[in-house]
Design a protein around this ligand. Structure first.
Ligand code: HMG
Ligand code: MG
Length: 327
């Protein structure tokens, strides 16, 4: 039934890799996406059209998008959607420039015939605190929202009428303001983004500081503000090991979309012990234990997690992945 279906958004190729300091070859990134597509994941965040000075690792996102359009990966699920962050008009235009080179991929009449053609989504990202907005976007919350208004409407007006995701970072804790994040502020930013036309809000617990009671408090506050569960995704980082506990709270509340990262990729190399997003393997295992349907093959995704960990020289950060593989 619909209520048992959970949508997982794989963010490993973007959130998982963006902080890696070593150069990861384009081919490895593409192979990661192709392997993920074979596990049953149908939503994959594949890159980021941001300033290469800020996030050098995402510099080859145009090549990734171009490749995905030229040779769409064989996938277990259909259709596939690939997302790319685009925080400003420049980012959106760089994304559109790639799409324009592949007009046939988007011809409306093709859509019905070839369900394997990938859909493309962009994502804007706001913050719940002023200090994080300044550090991440070099601007205030309100100025970022004004900027997103243009990005969102342009994305919708293109011939591709792109789907748009709206992240809100630091919703349950901020590296600069600690636990002092106001849930009403989150509700205001979410409402503003939804009014601008975003198709989904992803609530980012960027620091992993979220706890079960605070997750519940936040979701209750959003509900009181009139925000519907079907417009929400949860984006938990597992730094304090609370991601699945918080996931359980959100699931109970009625949210059905969750972000995760294969092998728990991510985290800051300068902060020992800090981890990335909740691992996709852990998420799939947890959902299966509750009888929820993710459409993702646990063994296959565990294999991808082990493969990519080796490729980038990291320990596999997924407990379930290691257990399943006996590693
Ligand atoms: P700025 O420096 O204020 O921008 O940065 P600017 O407009 O003054 O431009 C400065 C330079 O950047 C110019 O180049 C622009 O052309 C260039 P120059 O003239 O100096 O040679 N530039 C760009 N280049 C390529 N693509 C672009 C772009 N925009 C400007 N899109 C800006 C503002 C938003 C660009 C910058 O702050 C930025 O790129 N920030 C990105 C930060 C980022 O990617 N953070 C990680 C993703 S968010 C996240 O991880 C959280 C999430 O996972 C959820 C969660 O866990 O909470 C989503
Ligand atoms: Mg994140």
């Amino acid at each position: 039934t619909l209520n048992n279906h959970v949508k997982l958004v794989e963010v490993g190729p973007r959130d998982g890799l963006q902080n890696e300091k070593t150069v990861i070859p384009l081919q490895t990134k593409i192979e990661l996406i192709e392997r993920l597509a074979k596990t049953g994941l149908s939503w994959i965040e594949a890159g980021s059209f941001v300033s290469p000075k800020w996030v050098p690792q995402m510099d080859n996102s145009p090549e990734i998008l171009s490749h995905l359009l030229t040779s769409p990966p064989p996938s277990a699920a259909s259709p596939l959607t690939f997302s790319f962050l685009a925080p400003n008009t420049k980012g959106l235009n760089n994304c559109l420039a790639v799409l324009e080179k592949h007009p046939n991929s988007f011809a409306k009449e093709l859509e019905g015939e070839n369900k394997k053609l990938p859909h493309i989504e962009i994502a804007v990202f706001a913050a719940a605190t002023e200090s994080f907005s300044q550090k991440n976007l070099n601007t205030s919350i309100s100025a970022s929202l004004e900027n997103f208004r243009g990005v969102i409407s342009s994305a919708k007006e293109t011939p591709y009428s792109l789907r748009v995701r709206g992240y809100i970072s630091v919703v349950l804790g901020c590296p600069f303001e600690g636990y002092d994040v106001n849930p009403h502020q989150v509700a205001e930013v979410a409402t503003a983004l939804l009014e601008m036309g975003v198709d989904e809000i992803s609530l980012g617990d960027t620091t992993g500081m979220g706890t079960a009671p605070r997750t519940k408090e936040l979701l209750n506050c959003l509900r009181s503000a009139g925000i519907r569960n079907e417009d929400l995704a949860m984006h938990f980082h597992d730094t304090f090991g609370q991601a699945l506990v918080n996931t359980a709270v959100a699931l109970e509340h009625g949210v059905r979309t969750f972000d995760c990262s294969v092998a728990g990729l991510g985290g800051c190399p300068y902060s020992p012990g800090a981890t990335g997003n909740v691992a996709t393997e852990d998420m799939v295992y947890f959902m299966e234990s509750l009888g929820m349907d993710t459409g993702v093959d646990l063994d296959k995704v565990a294999d991808v997690g082990e493969w990519v960990s080796k490729e980038i020289g990291r320990q596999n950060a997924s407990s379930v992945g290691r257990a399943v593989l006996g590693a």
